[in-house]
Structure formats: structure tokens, C-alpha cells
Write a protein that binds this ligand. Structure first.
Ligand SMILES: [Zn+2]
Ligand SMILES: [Zn+2]
Length: 144
């Protein structure tokens, strides 16, 4: 597969060669699964099947805009199904060097954060980067 990194854990999950991860959703573009170290009431990850390292690899073009919108749609649908009692959802990406795995992944969080201090991991750090909300990223990718 073009661009796939054999050692990438998320590529293995997307290719379903991982034995322990059960997928909550899969289609030809994305798969979704539970974060192994959840930070909230519900905490899912949505990743592209194709290996894209980070948000830095995304560009202002229809293809990337449509991929990220699709990831967000899938995440929203899953949280609305599985955590309808949650009063707040958050969706976003860690920007390098704050990302843990070098395969693009959308964090989908149904709050509250558990334990509460975990919200620290999902702060926008302004010019330093940190966490970027999915809607904000979409604004940056939206073709003119
Ligand atoms: Zn990968
Ligand atoms: Zn992350």
C-alpha cells in the first residue's frame, strides 16, 4: 500500500491485522475505535485508512477537507449513539510535537473528562500549537 508504514500501529489497526482492537466503524476511508487510554466518559479515535502522519500533511484542498469532514461525521455519529447523555462533545487533533502516534487521528471526546485533569491534554496552546479543534482545522482546509 502506498505510503503505509509496516511498523505503524494505526496502519495495522486499519488493515485489521491487529488482534485486540475492535472497530466501532469502518468504511473505505476511515476506521474508528476506542482510545486505549481514555480521557473522558467516551473517548474514540477516528483515523484515515491511508497513512497520513499529522495535520501538517493536510493541505487546503477538496480531498483533505472532505476526509476530515468525514472523520468528524463518523465521530459525531458514534458519540451521539454511545454517549447521548453527555452535555459536551469535543473533536480535534494534537499538532506535532504534541501528537502521540504519527498517524493522523481525530480525538472524539464525550465529556466530562475522567479524571478531570485530563482536560490539560486537550488545550489549544495558541502559536505553540497543542490541540486544534476539528472545526478550526476544517476552516484552514476549506478550498477557496
Ligand atoms: Zn499509519
Ligand atoms: Zn492524539
Amino acid at each position: 500500500m502506498a505510503g503505509a508504514t509496516p511498523a505503524c500501529i494505526f496502519c495495522q489497526i486499519a488493515a485489521r491485522s491487529s488482534t485486540s482492537t475492535s472497530l466501532l466503524h469502518s468504511d473505505d476511508r476511515v476506521v474508528a475505535f476506542e482510545d486505549i487510554n481514555p480521557s473522558a466518559l467516551r473517548h474514540y479515535l477516528v483515523i484515515p485508512v491511508e497513512h497520513i502522519s499529522t495535520v501538517r500533511n493536510l493541505k487546503r484542498r477538496a480531498e483533505d477537507y472532505s476526509l476530515v469532514s468525514h472523520m468528524l461525521d463518523v465521530g459525531r455519529t458514534l458519540l451521539q449513539r454511545d454517549a447521548p447523555q453527555s452535555k459536551q462533545y469535543r473533536f480535534g487533533f494534537h499538532q506535532p510535537p504534541f501528537n502521540s502516534v504519527n498517524h493522523l487521528h481525530l480525538h472524539c471526546l464525550a465529556l466530562p473528562f475522567i479524571p478531570r485533569w485530563k482536560h490539560m491534554k486537550y488545550l489549544s496552546l495558541g502559536p505553540l500549537g497543542g490541540f486544534i479543534e476539528a472545526e478550526k482545522l476544517l476552516d484552514k482546509l476549506k478550498p477557496e
